[in-house]
Write a protein that binds this ligand. Structure first.
Ligand SMILES: Nc1nc2c(ncn2[C@@H]2O[C@H](COP(=O)(O)OP(=O)(O)OP(=O)(O)O)[C@@H](O)[C@H]2O)c(=O)[nH]1
Ligand SMILES: [Mg+2]
Length: 381
């Protein structure tokens, strides 16, 4: 039996081989050429040219470090851009801003639509800025991935924070995959930290995947719940409860207060049967009201307690380090794919290869090998 790739087949796939030498490596860093600063020469040896050449990166980084809103906004625009040269420039800015301050707190706030996340963030955030914190609020909204729009009225539901000079509210980037939106949100978070925001809250509306993705970029996850008609415990997705570091029963006000407190105690028993997220931490369940501000001081105390305990046992630092490596790997995978398969010619050839696989004419395994061979990446190395 011959090599499957060599098997002559009557498809138009021959065209793939004809242009296989034409996969240009898009080199967007050419667009941002500049004389490297001294430290870049070392980086250049280590990481190649892309990181060394970025004329505006230094200026932008300096502007962000000095707390300039214009520089911050410009860098966020770069992060959210789909242009390759913008992404490279954003990467160079982030590199100059590394490491960002270790003293910040990154909070993921999750909960079903209408749980009161924005209202609570507005109240909690305002109380924090009143105490001298600088608060950034970002959003990962899976519906924006599908619809191309951001959470409607998000800013208006954070009326106090969006006009607060010590706060920064940014809606979800409105394009890309969930992973792409999350990556942009994470980069924006780092820019905000470098600009002096010491509390970052990432609001995520949703069920499932978005929460897990956000948990991969924050120090702790607060799950906001509301008391339902009595069967709310059955309705909880176990996966979501498992990523929660703190649970808050929201809307504990007016006649809903006692229902929220009953639900909180039921949840405490439910959580007892789940493995705690770390040996030193039992997930606390508090009742809060974003509307009245009730319980928010207690909620913040839990956040600070979580931080104190996990900084002392090292889990805080370890989680951040692991997250950095995970994002490095994700970016590497994405860039590898983009640079190897992203050109117009490669995409056309891939479409052709996929058509041959879709029709059943070629075996997927052999076709994947054929594509990589044609790209000069044979299996034997
Ligand atoms: N009684 C009461 N109502 C609240 C409270 N917080 C929010 N609400 C109401 O609940 C509704 C949803 O509030 P939001 O803060 O927008 O909820 P959200 O979770 O951010 O919603 P999405 O972003 O759409 O997922 C609004 O009508 C609020 O007025 C609260 O603490 N108590
Ligand atoms: Mg909201």
């Amino acid at each position: 039996m011959g090599h499957p790739v060599a098997k002559p087949r009557p498809t138009r796939f021959g065209c793939f081989f004809a242009i296989s030498g034409m996969f240009p490596n898009p080199d967007p860093s050419r667009a941002v050429r500049a004389r490297p600063r001294p430290v870049d020469r070392g980086r250049r040896r280590l990481y190649g040219r892309a990181m060394a050449e970025a004329p505006d990166a230094e200026t932008l980084a300096a502007g962000i470090r000095s707390g300039g809103r214009a520089a911050l906004s410009r860098a966020i625009t770069l992060v959210e851009s789909t242009r390759a040269d913008h992404r490279l420039l954003a990467a160079a800015v982030l590199d100059r801003l590394s490491p960002t301050p270790a003293s910040t707190i990154r909070i993921g706030l999750s909960g079903v639509p209408g749980a009161g996340k924005s209202t609570l963030i507005d109240a909690l955030g305002s109380s924090l800025t009143a105490r001298g914190h600088k608060v950034a609020v970002l959003a990962v909204d899976p519906s924006s991935v599908r619809s191309g729009g951001s959470i409607l009225g998000d800013k208006t539901r954070m009326g106090r924070l969006s006009t607060d000079a010590a706060a920064f509210v940014r809606p979800s980037p409105s394009s890309g995959t969930l992973g792409g939106v999350a990556a942009k949100t994470r980069e924006t978070m780092l820019l905000c930290e470098a600009a002096g925001f010491d509390v970052v809250i990432v609001e995520t509306m949703g069920v499932g995947q978005a929460e897990t993705t956000v948990a991969g970029m924050v120090d702790l996850v607060i799950l906001l719940m509301i008391a339902g008609g009595g069967d709310e415990l059955q309705g909880i997705k176990k996966g979501i409860l498992e990523i929660a570091d703190i649970v808050a029963l929201n809307k504990a006000d007016g006649e809903n207060r006692s229902r929220a407190e009953t639900a909180a105690s039921e949840l405490r028993s439910a959580l007892n049967i789940l493995a705690p997220p770390s040996p030193d931490w039992r997930v606390p369940v508090t009742s809060v009201s974003g509307a009245t501000g009730g319980g928010l001081a207690d909620l913040w105390e839990r956040v600070e307690e979580f931080r104190r305990i996990h900084r002392e046992n090292g889990a805080w630092q370890k989680r951040r380090a692991e997250q950095r490596v995970a994002w490095f790997r994700a970016r590497l995978d994405e860039e590898l794919r983009r640079r190897v398969l992203g050109s117009r010619e490669a995409r056309a050839s891939l479409a052709e290869a996929e058509a041959a696989v879709r029709s059943g004419d070629r075996a997927p395994e052999a076709m994947a090998d054929a594509v990589l061979d044609a790209l000069g990446l044979p299996a034997g190395g």
